[in-house]
Every structure is written in C-alpha cells, then in structure tokens.
Design a protein around this ligand. Structure first.
Ligand code: LLP
Length: 435
C-alpha cells in the first residue's frame, strides 16, 4: 500500500532505546529480551520513601539477574510459588525478606516454608488452619483481603469483588482472627491488592477500605498489627503519544496512602508500617523485546487491504497483547542504517500457527493497525515496556525456545539467560519402550 507522510503525528515523549539494538541482534540473535539496569534503578529510587518498605512482586519478572539487582538496591520480594521463594533465596535474600503471597498452599510451598520460615500472606481462611495443622503456627501471617471491589486494565486482571478468587472477603476478618487463635497462628498485618492499573479515585477507595479493615480487625480483638500492605497495581505509561501519555504522580500516590497510614496508626498504633508491592512499575519500562522482521506482505487489495509486518517473536514470548489486548509501543530500527521513511498502517504479527499471534490487537482479539515507518525484512522491531509479564509469562508453544535475556549494565551487555536449546526443550520427556 502507499506510504503517507508522518508530519501530522503527535510527538512521542519518553521513547528511547538505551542500547544498540542492532548490536544486540548481531551478538545474541533475535528475539532477545534486553533489560536496562539504569531504568530499573531509577524506578526503585522514585519509590524509595522514608518509612515505606518496597516489596517487589517478582511474578512480573523473576530473572535472577533482576532479583539480584533488586536486592542490592534494598528492595525485598514476594513469592507466589515455591519456585519464586527459591529464586529469592538463590540470589541471597534472607527467608524473612521473602513473603509467600497466594490463595492456597501446595505441598512444595509448605515444605519450603517449613524449611526456611518465610512469612505468609494468606489469601484464603483455610490457609490459617493448614499452617496450624502443618505445625507452622510460628510463621508470621498477614491477611490478604478482598475489599469487595476491584480494578484492572482488563477484566482478566481485576482482583477484587465476588468474581475474584483472590483474597479473604472483607467481612471475614473476625472469623480469621478466631481461626488464628484456635490454631495458635499469629496474625500481624493486613494486605490489599486491588488490581493492575489503579487510578486515584480507586486508590482513595482502597485507602478507605484498608482503614475500615483495620478498624474491624481491632474491634474484633485481633493481635497487634505491625504492617499494612497496599499491594501493587501502579500503572506505567504504555502509550507514548502526547495525547495518551500519562505517568503516575507518585507524590499523589504516596499522599493518599500516607493519609490512610496516619488514620491506621491512630486506630492500631504507631508501630504499624506501610509497605508497597509493585511489579510492573519497577520493571516494565526497563524491558525491551528485540525482534527481527522476517517478512512483509499485503492481504487483500484496494481499500480493504492490510499491510502485515511478520516478526520472529510470538505470543509465546510476549503474551500480553493476545491475552489482554495490551498495548506496547513499537519502534522500527533499520538494519542498514538508512533514515526512517514514510509510515504505513501495519498489522504486526508473529510466527505462531495461531491467528491471534498479533501484537497490534484490542481486547477481544480485534486486529488493529499501527502506524510505523516502512520496514523491510532484516530490520528490527523493538517492543517497549516488555520487562513486566513478558519473559515471565512466556511459553514453549509451537516448540519455540525461551528467548535469550540480556542486562544492559555499566555500559555493557551481559547475557543473563541463554537462549533455550532443543535438547533443553525435550530433556524431561520420555518415549515409552516399544513406541
Ligand atoms: N501483589 C499481588 C498480590 C499481585 O497479585 C500482583 C499482581 C502484584 C502485587 C503486582 O501487580 P503490578 O504492580 O505488577 O500490577 N499479567 C498481567 C498482570 C497480572 C498481575 C498479577 N498480580 C499483565 O500482564 O498486565
């Protein structure tokens, strides 16, 4: 189709690639995840406030290299599985710095908690009894509450309300205190994570809900509280165009929680500490997925025709667009160093044998186009803000190998995860004799 001029396009704030993408492609191949340490450090510094503990929700990206960096920067972690607990231990966290937050225990998690003594944030009342029955009543416990309402950038990430499996229903606080007393389990804090992408109206509601929960807890004779946790959900500016670009006002965020915290201290005492638990905010923007254009083609003819840009990463690598219709900014990097040319409306799609393997789609699977500089096979497409829920949610679908991971640190690119090989892909499989 015919390229058109770019002059009417709004300016894009804050779009940069802080490394040489062509060098990445040459040295490590494509697709490759690149994490920029300086960006991560900046995000940690922004969230580091006096008297507030920053706990990283490592489900967003549990790369050992990033976890090590977090530890160096004084950030503690959460874990939702035994595997995540062990990742935390492997990079040197003390067990007391790793909180297991989940709505259930499996055997492996209980065994590891028994061995190491990590604190637990229980998301279901049964977990209190199970800790007691397992002889683990000495484990420090917080209650993850479902305040009865939720929020999310997609219905699929809404964590509150009656349709959510997460957390303990807010009216069951007294029952949990009674369960704790019965099983000798000491509750020491309350936690709420209402969903990803909170706005201030919702945030104030969550602050109020937390104050109400603390009041209900004290009224029901709960043991002394040491901490309240706000959960995560801090949004990042995935959209870069001037009209949609919006960076969270952190001072306002901390003002809302600071005010709730003051009210909580008046109810439950000055010893109650405040904790925040972001995943995305800390790592999304430091991550880039470097991919290569392998083919361009036009489907159809005339006004209905669509230009396709086929790249070598699929939803097995970055699931968010296919799963939630999530938006990720895309940059084209010409392989031959030529200046970027006129723009086309492209559908950007991957290699999987599946129609929804498309990076430009809205929620519900509706394929959209993205205005991008004309690209040719061999050029790179860099997918931005891919550090959170990118590699962490990737799979081996279509027998594709987990992509390489690289850390841009101290002016150098360090390979932090080798591209998976075919042998590693099949190493746990067995073919029964005689087949
Ligand atoms: N704390 C708890 C208990 C959580 O369940 C989560 C996220 C977080 C903290 C961190 O939320 P964040 O700050 O990263 O929004 N895969 C989805 C997001 C799922 C979030 C799951 N829980 C996505 O790609 O948007």
């Amino acid at each position: 189709m015919t390229p058109s001029s770019t002059t009417d396009r709004p300016a894009s704030p804050a779009v940069s690639i802080p490394f040489d993408a062509l060098d990445v492609a040459k040295r490590f191949g494509t697709p490759t995840w690149v994490y920029d340490a300086a960006t991560l450090e900046r995000r940690v510094a922004e969230l580091t406030r006096p008297g507030v503990t920053v706990r990283y929700a490592q489900k967003a990206n549990s790369s050992l290299a990033l976890l090590s960096l977090m530890r160096k920067l004084g950030v503690v972690v959460d874990a939702v599985t035994e595997g995540e607990i062990r990742r935390g231990l492997k990079v040197g966290y003390e067990p007391s710095e790793i909180v297991y937050t989940a709505d259930l225990f499996d055997d492996a998690a209980l065994d590891t908690i028994r061995t190491h003594g990590c604190p637990v944030n229980v998301g279901s009342p049964d977990m209190i009894a199970q800790l007691g029955d397992a002889g683990l009543s000495h484990i420090p416990v917080t209650l993850r509450l479902n305040p009865g309402f939720g929020h999310g950038h997609s219905q699929k990430v809404n964590t509150g309300g009656t349709s959510s499996k997460h957390g303990i229903w807010h009216t069951q606080i007294a029952d949990c205190i009674a369960l704790g007393k019965k099983h000798g389990v000491r509750i020491r804090g309350l936690h709420m994570h209402i969903g990803s992408g909170a706005d201030f109206e919702h945030l104030a509601q969550v602050g109020d809900a937390m104050v109400d929960a603390v009041q209900a807890y004290v009224d029901a004779g709960g043991p002394g509280l040491d901490l309240v946790s706000t959960g995560g959900g801090l949004p990042i500016p995935y959209r870069k165009d001037a009209e949609h670009y919006h960076r969270l006002d952190l001072d306002r965020f901390f003002a809302v929680w600071g005010e709730a915290h003051e009210r909580i201290k008046q109810i439950a005492g000055d010893q109650v500490e405040l904790e925040v638990e972001p995943g995305r905010y800390l790592v999304a923007e430091c991550g880039y997925l470097v991919t290569k254009v392998r083919s361009t083609k036009v489907q159809g003819a005339g006004d209905d025709a669509k230009d396709f840009l086929l790249i070598d990463a699929g939803f097995n690598d970055l699931l968010r667009p296919a799963m939630y219709g999530a938006y990720h900014h895309l940059s084209v990097v010409p392989a031959d160093g030529r200046a970027l040319g006129d723009e086309l409306d492209y559908v950007v799609a991957g290699p999987l044998c599946e129609s929804c393997d498309v990076f430009t789609q809205a929620e519900g699977g509706f394929v959209e186009t993205r205005r991008l500089p004309e690209a040719r096979p061999g050029d790179l497409v860099v997918i931005h803000d891919a550090g959170a829920y990118g590699a962490a949610m990737s799979s081996n679908y279509n027998s594709r190998y987990a992509a390489a991971e690289v850390l841009n640190h101290g002016g150098e690119l360090h390979l932090t995860r080798q591209r998976q090989t075919f042998e590693q892909l099949v190493e746990n499989e067995r073919v029964p004799d005689g087949l």
